[in-house]
Design a protein around this ligand. Structure first.
Ligand SMILES: [Mn+2]
Length: 290
């Protein structure tokens, strides 16, 4: 039976609205009260300013160390953000562990946005719009060099799904690196699962089975997932996303992340309910490796 650990990034002030910082506490409390689920849980709180790079570096390093330690021991990490800047800590840690064995991390990024601004192209300076650039090694040196200096992600090992709101400098940047993007307009209920599984298997093959998934809740349809700070019309159907999670080869999954859940916007509790069901589905599969 495989061990699982929840690693929470209680950070919310790098997004558009505060609130996401309480998400990992909510999720870990709910899991603790769910019968039959006993997983270790560790939430790290960010106490720095929204544009305090040194405090952010310290915070992401502390999350990354936990991720490295867990994956080193074969423990599966479920990362709960936090605004999506949390991905810098989570995946830097997973990548760092793989790097010791000369292996690469692949990442599937599900999002309405590209999160691929660099400090010089971002109008707001909000870090939740820049995590991908930093994982690719572009941006603030302090944040591209968490735990070690090398980039955590190679462009060929990254694929996006659900993109429908972005700025030209982001798109140009991704194009210049040859990164594969499935815009939402290319996706439908009919083709999503098949395309997702195809990319997942391709990335697994490329990285010897080290595929992480980072789910920004706003990548899904905002009619179904209301509790996000930057909703964009349309999106991936949550039922189709679940179906993909039921079908992926779980042995190749290196970690799973959910970001941008904002409890203060979850008026009817439907978004947390969806997240809990998704987490339970994954725990069931990871635990017994089937
Ligand atoms: Mn995002």
């Amino acid at each position: 039976m495989r061990k699982i650990k929840l690693i929470g990034s209680a950070i919310g002030n790098c997004g558009r609205l505060n609130g996401c910082e309480s998400s990992p506490y909510q999720v870990s409390n709910k899991l603790a009260n769910t019968e039959g689920i006993l997983i270790d849980s560790d939430v790290v709180a960010y106490d720095g300013g929204s544009h305090d790079i040194l405090a952010q570096r310290e915070f992401f390093t502390s999350v990354a160390r936990r991720a490295e330690r867990a994956t080193e021991k074969g423990v599966f990490p479920i990362f709960i953000g936090g605004d999506h800047s949390c991905a810098i800590g989570s995946w830097s840690g997973v990548a760092e562990n793989l790097h010791k064995y000369d292996q690469d991390l692949a990442l599937i990024w599900i999002d309405a946005h590209m999160d691929a601004h660099r400090p010089e192209t971002s109008e707001t300076g909000n870090l939740h719009g820049m995590p991908v650039a930093h994982l690719l090694g572009h941006g603030h040196r302090e944040l591209t060099s968490i735990m070690s200096a090398h980039p955590k992600l190679k462009p060929e090992n990254l694929v996006y799904f659900g993109i429908r709101s972005y700025e030209k400098p982001e798109e140009d940047f991704l194009k210049s690196l040859g990164i594969k993007v499935y815009y939402q307009e290319m996706l439908s209920d009919e083709n999503f699962v098949e395309l997702f599984l195809q990319e997942y298997d391709r990335l697994a093959k490329q990285t010897k089975g080290n595929v992480g998934i980072s789910l920004d809740l706003d990548g899904l349809d905002p009619k179904e997932l209301i509790a996000v700070g930057t909703p964009v019309d349309n999106g991936i159907s949550s039922a189709k996303f679940d179906e993909a999670m039921e079908k992926i080869n779980i042995k190749h999954l290196a970690g799973f992340e959910i970001a941008e859940y904002n409890p203060s916007l979850d008026k009817d509790g439907s978004s947390i309910k969806y997240m809990m069901n998704l987490i339970k589905l994954l725990i069931g599969r990871i635990k017994y490796d089937n």
